[in-house]
Design a protein around this ligand. Structure first.
Ligand code: 5CA
Length: 157
């Protein structure tokens, strides 16, 4: 299958972990969690939202993998991360990850960053994440998500 260049970056990062995870490019948009769930035929809660925040003091990026139905409790997250945070601008997301909003994957980022994983994703046998473009996704297990991101599992809500 011919993947677009951004999706190929993600496929290579996944393959490098030795996991049999396959990037799919779908005809329909997967730009938002809702659109992705519709295109895939799964629950919105099974979609991994890839949210980037910026530390207001450190300027560092934080990656939070969030179930499609959850909203991040920023005050709680600030306690956990130890500094005030703000939602990243589209430009900051591109700089730090190498991808644009709507296609940001959990792996293959241009800069390594601290990762948190929403514990609610563990309710599902399989979940889906973006794979570099607003049409690319891949299926994985919550355990795979931990393996590929080395993230810390937390309550985000
Ligand atoms: N492809 C789907 C999942 S398979 C996807 O990427 N969904 S997402 O939720 O991870 O990405 C969209 C997210 O980008 C939104 O939830 C929102 O948090 C963020 N976002 C959207 N527009 C903006 C914006 N203008 N500035 C900052 N963040 C934004």
């Amino acid at each position: 299958m011919n993947l677009s260049p951004q999706a190929q970056i993600v496929q290579k990062a996944l393959s490098a972990h030795g996991l049999d995870l396959k990037v799919l490019e779908l005809p329909a948009s997967t730009r938002t969690a809702q659109e992705a769930a519709l295109a895939i035929g799964c629950q919105v809660a099974q979609i991994v939202k890839s949210l980037i925040f910026r530390g207001r003091q450190s300027g560092l990026p934080f990656y939070i993998a969030v179930s499609g139905v959850n909203r991040v409790n920023e005050a709680q997250m600030e306690k956990l991360l130890g500094e005030p945070i703000e939602k990243a601008t589209p430009e900051f997301v591109r700089q730090q990850t190498g991808f644009s909003i709507g296609g940001v994957p959990p792996v293959g980022h241009s800069q390594p960053m601290a990762t948190q994983i929403d514990q609610d994703l563990f309710q599902w046998d399989v979940i889906w994440a973006a794979a570099g473009t607003p049409n690319a996704v891949f299926q994985l297990t919550p355990a795979d998500l931990m393996t590929i991101t080395r993230g810390r599992v937390i309550s985000v809500t």
